[in-house]
Design a protein around this ligand. Structure first.
Ligand code: GLY
Length: 438
């Protein structure tokens, strides 16, 4: 078969910055004929053909993939994975990258994951599970005290983890989840978990069920305001590499967390294929698992994919074909740093439809990508359409340079109510330079 005929038609599912970065990366592969994205957004449409099928319309997506001779589908967000999109596509003979429904439970059920980690001695915080609110509250009042973490068992759009610093906050968190059912079915059970102190990092690997191939390290910034203040978001910025993950710690994470987890999933009859993302907390060079996600992190995927030199299609194909040990990943040694720009009010209620200015100025800059998350095209203009709107991602020879380049680009963009963190990169500098002054 000629090179031309063997080129692949790729479908990416989702509509965030992560999916924009995936589409951008696939569009660079000489082995890719066309990239489609469902449903995509205004920025993704520059790199892919956007299809107006929602990420939770599994049958619609499978029909599209069949009718349009899609060779390979990559699933961005967790919800369709937890709904069983990989099982459905596989039953219909469609090639898809991601974990099965049973394997995606590693993100979809916190109870499942905590029990798994405990059973296989994988380091994590102490915990108890409750279905009864009074019992959960008595346990907190009489045994743990505060601070404590209260988590809804299921998927809750990133809002189901509540950090409680006082007893009234803990009582309210239990009520919110178990009594008021603020997260619906996700709140049938709560996990009451030890409040671990330390520095967070994101650790992602691609696995074919046997080989565990680590990606470059990264660090997210979940709180909405500088200095990790304010409520949690989906992530307000990230960089790669993350200096907090030293080479020695990297080995420890692989040996004590990533490889044992993939082995444990296989032993449990839930072979794991896809991206395995461990949210870690690190104290005194010891990593513990806060959570697992069953997909690329967002925004972490944005800087990581900026640094990836390996053809992404080769990588995902090798994982699907259970042949991952033939891949050696090649990374740009520079730092990539992403600053997320958000709508006024996010992570609470926010307005949409605000015209975004300045994107064309950033487009002229080299080695800076503006990955779109919540954007749409309206009357020929790009407008805000979500809480997290853009991820301005820059490469630099040092953390300092990546910070400067990213924030210089941010200063060219504006819309009414735009907000962002000003300190993305400072934690990395603290590790590298022992201070936090940019
Ligand atoms: N940035 C956190 C996440 O992707 O879940």
């Amino acid at each position: 078969m000629s090179e031309e005929n063997s080129r692949k038609r790729v479908l990416v599912i989702g509509s965030g910055g992560r999916e924009h970065a995936l589409c951008w990366k696939f569009s660079q592969s000489p082995r890719v004929e066309e990239v489609f994205c469902a449903p995509g957004n205004a920025g993704i449409s520059q790199h892919a053909t956007c299809i107006s099928i929602k990420a939770d319309d599994l049958d619609g997506l499978a029909d599209f993939a069949s009718k349009n001779n899609i060779d390979i589908t990559i699933v961005g967000p967790e919800a369709p994975l937890a709904q069983g999109i990989v099982d459905l596509f596989s039953e219909r003979g469609l090639t898809v990258f991601g974990p099965s429904k049973k394997a995606a439970e590693i993100e979809a059920s916190k109870v499942f994951t905590k029990d798994l980690l405990q059973k296989y001695n994988i380091p994590t915080g102490a915990y108890r599970v409750f279905t009864n609110a009074e019992e959960a509250k008595d346990y907190i009042k009489e045994e743990t005290g505060v601070p404590i973490v209260v988590k809804a068992d299921g998927l809750a759009a990133g809002k189901g983890v509540i950090l409680c610093y006082t007893l009234p906050e803990a009582m309210d968190a239990v009520d919110l989840i178990l009594e008021q059912r603020a997260f619906g079915e996700a709140g049938k059970r709560v996990v009451v978990e030890e409040f671990l102190v330390g520095e967070e990092a994101s650790f992602m690997a691609i696995t074919d069920g046997t080989t565990v191939l680590p990606l470059a390290t990264s660090q997210d910034h979940k709180a909405v305001f500088d200095n990790d203040q304010g409520p949690n978001t989906g992530g307000m910025g990230a960089y790669s590499p993350a200096p907090v993950v030293t080479p020695q710690l990297f080995q420890t994470v692989m040996e004590t967390i990533m490889i044992p987890t993939v082995e444990a999933m296989a032993k449990e009859g839930r072979p794991y294929k896809g991206v395995l993302y461990a949210g870690l907390i690190i104290k005194d060079n010891e990593p513990k698992v806060l959570e697992f996600n069953c997909r690329f992190g967002d925004p972490e995927a944005q800087p990581i994919l900026m640094r990836m030199k390996t053809d992404l299609l080769d990588l995902v194909e090798a994982a699907i074909e259970e042949d991952l040990d033939r891949i050696e990943l090649d990374w740009d040694p520079r730092t990539a740093l992403c600053v997320v720009l958000a709508s006024k009010g996010y992570p609470g209620g926010y307005e949409t439809g605000k015209v975004i200015h300045g994107l064309e100025k950033v487009q002229e800059l080299d080695e800076i990508m503006v990955f779109h998350a919540g954007t749409a095209l309206q009357d020929g203009k790009i407008v805000t359409a979500g809480g997290r709107v853009l991820g301005v991602t820059a490469l630099g020879d040092s953390v300092r340079e990546a910070m400067k380049r990213a924030y210089d680009a941010v200063s060219l963009i504006e819309w009414e109510g735009m907000h962002y963190r000003k300190d993305i990169g400072l934690k990395a500098l603290k590790h590298i330079e022992g201070n936090s002054t940019p």
